[in-house]
Unconditional design. Structure first.
Length: 380
């Protein structure tokens, strides 16, 4: 533990962030589609597979020889599908847009797909309309995620969150509903609207066309955002997860156990008014020791979890607990675990880095606030 804490401290001072490498998919046969997804076994690295694809609300299946399903990718891991062709769309122009989307210039990608939507027209094929709208929206999110000006980012993020939420509702029977809603929730949380992020996640979890595992994941997202709000909303969300306990994956069971332990931690105790400074200091120290001692059980559960995403969710939840107790330094260490070690899940990573920005702003540490503002641009 001491050695890892030292590594975290070095990372805090040096501000060295790992940048996720996005691999551009290789060109495949002209009449096959290409699926780009995040591979959890490779720390969320984007990989591609070419072949015949079967889509549903739950995700995408890859069909091989003999019509045998060779791979199933849940909707939560799908990034996009590059179809070999789309109705009402020029093949060459569409291919150029796909090439742009695999590159670093998201703004050009937005323009390319906006142009395709215009050329396809309002009466184009329903699949074409859905695909182009989704690709434009997600490219717009990528473009805005690199915006360093907070005010400009917030203005665009608010509009995009509204569009993504509407898209997810319109296409609730397609796999795109998941990334659209999850991205909307992430943006809403960055806008410091965690209650709205929780509501979007809840709506996703209510989608009957999702698999039980995906509905549970949506509920777990909701719990994470509810923990950032006042009230007991997280308790109700976690109760919904518990109803499906028999269908949960090992990662989901770990998150359920961690969140249950976090919600059982003692709430902040009100400090009696007009205490003499010495007594107030003693009372604060005693309250801090009480919550740290209680949180040790949560850290044990986090340590037992095998999936880094579960550990990230746990440390973020623990950080929220420390923030509610006004223990900024303890919260900082929790979020640093996510930033430096368990940063494979993008949403949890962004959540942690955003909190670190606020912590250093609150403590007046302008240098580290800037460091983590810069890191936030890279983690999105």
């Amino acid at each position: 533990m001491t050695r890892i804490r030292a590594a975290l401290l070095i990372a805090l001072c040096a501000a060295t962030a790992a940048v996720t490498v996005r691999t551009a998919p290789a060109q495949g046969p002209s009449e096959t589609d290409r699926l780009i997804y995040r591979d959890r076994a490779k720390d969320g690295k984007q990989v591609a597979v070419v072949g015949e694809l079967k889509e549903s609300t739950a995700g995408v299946q890859v069909v091989g020889a003999g019509k045998k399903v060779t791979q199933t990718v849940p909707a939560s891991d799908v990034v996009r599908i590059e179809y070999s062709s789309l109705k009402n769309v020029s093949r060459d122009t569409y291919a150029q847009a796909n090439q742009l989307d695999a590159g670093p210039d998201a703004a050009k990608t937005v323009a390319a797909f906006a142009d395709l939507i215009l050329k396809a027209g309002p009466n184009s094929d329903p699949k074409t309309k859905r695909v182009l709208a989704f690709r434009r929206l997600m490219a717009a999110v990528r473009a805005n995620d690199t915006e360093p000006d907070d005010a400009k980012f917030a203005t665009a993020a608010a509009a995009l969150a509204t569009e993504l939420t509407a898209f997810s509702r319109t296409y609730a029977k397609n796999w795109e509903c998941w990334p659209a809603a999850a991205t909307a929730a992430r943006l809403l949380n960055e806008l410091r609207k965690p209650a709205d992020a929780a509501q979007v996640s809840k709506e996703l979890g209510d989608n009957p066309d999702l698999t039980p595992q995906l509905r549970a994941d949506a509920r777990l997202l909701e719990v994470g955002y509810q923990l950032m709000t006042p009230g007991r909303g997280a308790v109700a969300a976690l109760a919904e997860v518990r109803k499906a306990e028999s269908t949960l994956t090992p990662r989901q069971k770990d998150e359920l156990a961690i969140y249950t332990a976090v919600l059982a931690l003692p709430a902040p105790e009100p400090v009696p008014p007009n205490l003499p400074p010495e007594e107030a200091t003693k009372a604060a120290a005693a309250a801090g020791k009480k919550i740290r001692d209680a949180a040790a059980s949560v850290e044990t559960l986090i340590g037992k979890a095998k999936d880094p995403a579960a550990r990230a969710a746990g440390y973020n939840a623990l950080g929220e607990t420390y923030l509610k107790h006004n223990l900024l330094r303890d919260a900082m260490w929790s979020y640093l675990w996510v930033d430096v070690v368990y940063n494979q899940d993008q949403d949890e990573h962004v959540k942690a880095v955003g909190r670190l920005v606020l912590i250093f702003k609150a403590t007046g540490d302008e240098e580290r606030e800037k460091v983590f503002r810069d890191r936030l641009l890279k983690s999105r």
